[in-house]
Design a protein. Structure first.
Lengths: 364, 505
């Protein structure tokens, strides 16, 4: 037993040592910022779109800020693990994190234990976006969004849609389209963009919602019916926007960078300038377009307003879902007791489950 | 392919590329051997250094690191029962018992040879069969994922040494642990107890270390395991083992095939490959009882397939731009930083680069065998370190490793908590393998089930969707065989004994 005690004391001491390391950091005032290396946290796996952007920025940031930029990955929970860490860090500007919109808006709406609230996250800048597009297979007989809507109306619920995640940008885009076009499709969530593309290319689903940077890679294998940008998306000049086709929606994933709440305005200014200046460097915008990204140049204030506007927009969508949910609850068309599991999943994906409707209702 | 030959040769004969290829393999082996540090992590660390490299150099280095990392995992699996990477789970089943018998260097040598051979077969498949295999990968939909996971779960019967009931209970515990986090379809968080860090689920590597390594270290401290002062050195062991392995081409090809196929399927990695291959090795063996007690074939089966899986996981990456495994995702990132967008056109647009990479991949496996054989002579010496130094060092390394995976302190708490639980369970006669199996396969099965139900519902025929697709049917038959054969075998054996007894009487 003595030896057992020994091993645990050694475990404990290691933990204590490790935690000392994190507490020691976080000194320095706003004037001499940045006084030490900056940790740039990516709340996703390496190799993704956020990582690609951060790696592009890294040398420019090191140049303009005069400090090392350390990129750290904190994947999990579709980003929520990294963002919960961000809001609890010292607000001295030496820990910054990539953010994605609508993720930071939708996650707190969807679950109680997300670990952060949208307003806790202080955006510094938004620098990149991937409009969300809708596509069908190259050999599909659907030629346009109108065709798709017509087909969906003929056989409600039979068209399958692949996308990445539940309560994600793709999921909401699919729900928005269903609402605006008055159709009913079957959204199937996959565990990320890559598996959803694989399923779509393999013919598992009829339709896919995907980020522009992914769609552009496979444009020879698919017909992109519409794209979520405000105006014609430069890398896809022939693809109409949802708005042009009469659907008032601009689904997109915006990427930016944020600091913990309570960060000094001067620090935010310094970071804001460094990040936004990168886009004016020669060749950066072209590179982004080539990869299927939309460059954006929104500063701190503008990003705050943008997130606020988007939060309102998504809350409206949730409001709308709530109504659908209540309708379903009142009508007895779904045989609840028949196949409980199926029902549960179906409702969880297509609309909100009753409890969640009630919870949301209390929230607003 | 031939027209790119000059470019390929030119690139591969550059001294820098050769040096970096070898360095990559060596660094991968070291990182892979450290519990908690995975091939994925090593590649992520390497990523920034590749920006300044030429695109061929960066790919060659990353390929070497990936291969080395997957192999390196077997070293700690064999020596201290801790899979250095999840791919090495199955290597512990027979590798560690071999170490206990004093055959550590034999196990390491076998692992090095079979890893290399598996890797080369995987590389050749990648080189010649990519277009064919890529098309096959696309036919793998949600119902197939579900059935593959079910097939994997039938392995509990092989893995629960001793009591089948305890194996099944362990499997259920594993399935339950697999439900922690945000549910794959539906999006609600489950069993997080308010810890937002748990939203992404339990980290496999932490659970692996907790269940395999911690109980072993505690036993070590309790003096149940004596430090092995002398690791037996057998002369001519390399030659004998090499010919032993070569003599069983069917065995090697089966293991590699399982590895390649599993690699192609995105979402199922080297861990699933090595488990399936180990299971097959046990089932087809004439001497089933010797597995789990230090049968070198168990090590060979696991190591051949997890290295063949590396080649498989690059198939969808090179042909479709879809990474088949997390390390492949980082290689994709590296390509993007080089301004190359992997997609369906990569093979035609960058054929020189792709073939350079593929041939370097095969060469890296040869380098791996050389390093592995050189290392296996000396690395077994780790075990002659006295327990009073060895045990704290292992604990220290595992704690650092668990933290490093996600920079998350909760993971250390989970490691200690589950480690103690594992120790108690081990003493109660529970084998850790079925628990880990449940944890790995549970989420794959759940996702496959839920997605298939949604798709089947849309098609108007849920049952048909599960039971009518060709690959599904094959998998269902395999599941049925896997469950029924041992039962029938037992019945048959019992009858035989009966009749023999009667004859004797």
């Amino acid at each position: 037993m003595k030896k057992l005690a020994l091993i645990f004391s050694s475990m404990v001491s290691v933990i204590l040592l490790a935690s000392c390391g994190t507490n020691a950091s976080g000194s320095g005032s706003a004037e001499d910022y940045p006084s030490e290396s900056i940790t740039y946290s990516i709340p996703f796996d390496p190799g993704g779109q956020s990582d690609v952007e951060a790696r592009r920025q890294q040398p420019y940031l090191e140049e303009s800020l005069g400090q090392d930029i350390l990129i750290q990955y904190k994947p999990g929970g579709g980003g929520s693990v990294g963002w919960s860490e961000l809001i609890n860090k010292d607000p001295d500007g030496h820990f910054i994190s990539g953010i994605n919109i609508p993720h930071i808006i939708l996650q707190p709406l969807a679950n109680d234990d997300t670990g952060y609230q949208t307003e806790d996250i202080v955006p510094v800048a938004i620098f990149q976006a991937t409009p969300i597009g809708i596509a069908v297979s190259e050999d599909s007989n659907i030629e346009s969004l109108e065709d798709l809507v017509k087909k969906a109306k003929e056989s409600p619920g039979s068209i399958t849609v692949a996308g990445s995640g539940t309560y994600s940008g793709h999921h909401i885009a699919s729900l928005q389209l269903e609402h605006l076009a008055g159709i009913d499709m079957q959204y199937v969530p996959f565990d990320g963009a890559a598996p959803s593309i694989q399923a779509f290319l393999g013919g598992t689903t009829d339709v896919i919602f995907g980020n522009s940077s992914d769609l552009i890679k496979y444009q020879d294998d698919m017909k992109i019916l519409a794209i979520g940008s405000e105006e014609t998306f430069k890398p896809m000049p022939d693809v109409p926007t949802f708005k042009e086709l009469g659907y008032d929606m601009t689904p997109a994933i915006d990427r930016g960078v944020a600091v913990p709440p309570g960060t000094n305005q001067e620090v935010i200014k310094t970071l804001e300038k460094s990040f936004l200046d990168i886009l004016d460097e020669e060749g950066v915008k072209e590179e982004m377009y080539n990869e299927g990204f939309q460059p954006k140049q929104m500063g701190h204030e503008e990003s705050m307003e943008y997130i606020e506007k988007k939060t309102k927009e998504y809350s409206r969508i949730f409001e709308m879902l709530k109504v659908t949910c209540n309708d379903l609850n009142q009508s007895n068309e779904t045989p609840l007791d028949k196949i409980p599991l199926l029902w549960n999943y179906q409702k969880g994906c297509r609309t909100w489950r009753v409890q969640e409707c009630l919870r949301l209702y209390r929230k607003y | 392919m031939l027209e790119t030959l000059p470019e390929v040769l030119n690139s591969l004969t550059q001294p820098l590329n050769i040096i970096l290829l070898c360095t990559g393999v060596l660094a991968g082996i070291i990182v892979g051997a450290l519990p908690g540090l995975t091939a994925t992590m090593a590649l992520a660390l390497l990523l920034p250094f590749t920006f300044t490299m030429e695109s061929d150099t960066s790919l060659i280095t990353m390929g070497g690191l990936y291969i080395g990392g997957i192999y390196g995992g077997c070293i700690s699996a064999i020596l201290i029962n801790t899979p250095g990477t999840p791919s090495a789970i199955a290597t512990t089943f027979d590798g560690y018992p071999m170490t206990k018998k004093g055959q550590a260097s034999k196990a390491l040598t076998a692992a090095a040879i079979s890893s290399g051979i598996g890797g080369i077969i995987g590389g050749l498949a990648l080189l010649f069969l990519t277009p064919v295999l890529a098309g096959w990968a696309l036919n793998f939909g949600p119902p197939e994922y579900f059935w593959v996971a079910v097939l994997g779960l039938t392995m509990i019967s092989t893995l629960s040494s001793g009591s089948m009931l305890k194996g099944l209970i362990g499997g259920c515990i594993g399935l339950l642990l697999g439900t922690v986090g945000i549910s794959p379809v539906g999006g609600e968080s489950r069993y997080t107890f308010g810890f937002s860090q748990l939203q992404s689920g339990l980290e496999l590597i932490v659970i692996l270390i907790a269940f395999f390594c911690i109980p072993e270290v505690i036993s070590m401290i309790e003096n149940k395991v004596k430090s092995q002062k002398s690791v037996r050195r057998e002369k001519g062991i390399v030659k004998t083992l090499f010919f032993n392995i070569i003599k069983k081409p069917f065995f090697i090809i089966r293991s590699s095939f399982i590895g390649i196929i599993t690699g192609i399927i995105p979402g199922a990695g080297g861990n699933v490959a090595s488990l399936l291959s180990y299971d097959a090795a046990v089932r087809f063996s004439k001497d089933k009882k010797s597995f789990g007690k230090g049968n070198v074939d168990g090590v060979v089966a696991a190591e051949t397939s997890n290295n063949a899986e590396v080649g498989g996981s690059l198939v969808p990456l090179l042909s479709l731009g879809i990474p088949g495994a997390p390390p492949a995702a980082i290689i994709l990132g590296a390509l993007m930083m080089q301004g190359i967008t992997p997609g369906p056109n990569l093979m035609s647009q960058q054929s020189g680069l792709v073939y350079t990479f593929l041939i370097a991949f095969v060469i890296a496996n040869v380098v791996l065998i050389i390093f592995g054989l050189m290392g296996s002579r000396y690395i077994g010496k780790v075990l002659s370190i006295p327990v009073s130094y060895l045990a704290p060092s292992i604990v220290f390394l595992t704690i650092i490793g668990s933290y490093a995976i996600r920079n998350n302190f909760l993971d250390i708490a989970l490691l200690i908590g589950f480690g103690l639980l594992a120790y108690v369970m081990k003493n109660a006669g529970f084998n850790p393998a079925p628990i880990v199996l449940g944890l790995i396969l549970g989420p794959i099965a759940e996702r496959g089930l839920a997605q298939s139900m949604l798709l089947g519902e849309a098609a108007g025929n849920v049952w048909g969707y599960f039971f009518s697709r060709p690959i599904s049917i094959v998998l269902i038959i395999l599941c049925a065989l896997s469950i029924l054969l041992p039962v029938l075998g037992n019945l048959f054996a019992a009858k035989n004994e009966d009749s023999q007894e009667r004859m004797g009487a």
